[in-house]
Design a protein around this ligand. Structure first.
Ligand SMILES: Cc1cc2nc3c(=O)[nH]c(=O)nc-3n(C[C@H](O)[C@H](O)[C@H](O)COP(=O)(O)OP(=O)(O)OC[C@H]3O[C@@H](n4cnc5c(N)ncnc54)[C@H](O)[C@@H]3O)c2cc1C
Length: 312
């Protein structure tokens, strides 16, 4: 068993789970009923995938995993993270099946194996640096002027930043407990770079919302995006949510699926978000889609200036 992580209480203390959201018992019940409905569906598919030895993935999407894995609207990834998180399937079994697929010449297996490697790397890091969720792995980053909780960060949690790909991801996670890896990177970059907000705030929110929450992968993912982790994204890599959307959601299917305001006849997934959120958030699917909380060029320039002025 990996060492349990203690939640960070300083710095981002205002991020407390209930403070900014105003959640109360009734509100929790509302969200839980929606999440449970989704949970049922997700668990059903998760069980089916596991019961069939995830043959579906091995026989289908794995072949095109390398090309398809970045497109959030496609069912191109294994969806195994929950099974792995709960120990419902062993990493060795997954690894050996993927190795077999690679030996059989299945394109995509190599990339899939690398992703499994990232998971193992995350656990390796956590083992040797148990404070991974609380402290920047690169010590020099601890005094970086990230903001604590702030109104735009709240809009980020609420899926109301006015950046469609960011909001779609945040809403998907709120309703389903899942978010596509590409979108996780985009929303994390947006929070830590465009909004210059402490990565631990995002890490805590993910821990609240994700059903595949994993202390190692979550902490590594956040530190990687923020730039303070090992092998992290360079500080000048600021994901542009608009160009990421153009590239990885070219026909807008993913964004339309989750953003009720962008469609004259929103689908059930988009509306489920408004059922799930606390009434105190006062969100209405019939309202206009919000204006961006920060211009993309402005946010990027601010982040680059702050990152570039770091001494270490
Ligand atoms: C900011 C951020 C937070 C994250 N938080 C979590 C988390 O709490 N729990 C979690 O399981 N993953 C986390 N990830 C990693 C990744 O997003 C998920 O593992 C992936 O989206 C799960 O979908 P899948 O099972 O279909 O993945 P696939 O693409 O099918 O990959 C197969 C498996 O490899 C592992 N894997 C894939 N990508 C990564 C990665 N980048 N880092 C570590 N392991 C990976 C997972 O166990 C995954 O199930 C996070 C990534 C980021 C950028």
């Amino acid at each position: 068993m990996w060492p349990r992580l203690r939640r960070r209480r300083n710095g981002c203390a205002a991020v407390g789970r209930r403070g900014p959201t105003g959640w109360r018992t009734g509100i929790w019940a509302r969200r839980c009923s929606v999440v449970l409905r989704w949970w049922g569906r997700i668990r059903f598919w998760a069980r089916r995938r596991r019961a069939s030895g995830w043959k579906g993935f091995l026989a289908g999407p794995l072949a095109r995993y390398r090309e398809g894995r970045d497109f959030p609207a496609l069912p191109a990834t294994s969806g195994l993270s929950e099974n792995l998180t709960y120990g419902e399937i062993g990493i060795r079994e997954v690894w050996h099946r993927a190795m077999q697929a690679r030996q059989d010449g299945l394109a995509g297996a190599e990339t899939f194996l690398k992703e499994l490697g990232w998971r193992e790397f995350a656990y390796h890091l956590l083992h040797h640096f148990p404070a991974l969720a609380a402290k920047s792995w690169r010590a020099g980053w601890e005094d970086f002027p990230w903001q604590g909780d702030n109104p735009p960060a709240m809009r980020w949690r609420q899926g109301m930043t006015g950046e469609p790909l960011v909001d779609a991801g945040m809403r998907e996670m709120y309703v389903t407990g899942r978010m596509h890896n590409r979108v996780r990177m985009v929303v994390a970059s947006y929070l830590t770079k465009h909004l210059m907000t402490d990565w631990r705030l995002g890490l805590d929110w993910f821990a609240d919302c994700l059903t595949d929450w994993d202390p190692a992968a979550n902490a590594m993912g956040w530190q990687w995006v923020a730039g303070c982790g090992p092998d992290a994204a360079p500080y000048f890599r600021v994901f542009n949510p608009a160009s990421q959307a153009e590239k990885f959601d070219p026909d807008g299917a993913y964004r339309r699926c989750w953003l009720a305001e962008l469609s004259p006849r929103p689908g059930p997934d988009a509306l489920a978000f408004f059922e799930a959120v606390p009434r105190a958030w006062r969100l209405d699917p019939r309202a206009d889609y919000p204006a961006p909380v920060v211009g993309l060029a402005e946010g990027r320039a601010r982040a680059l200036a702050a990152y570039a002025s770091r001494k270490t």
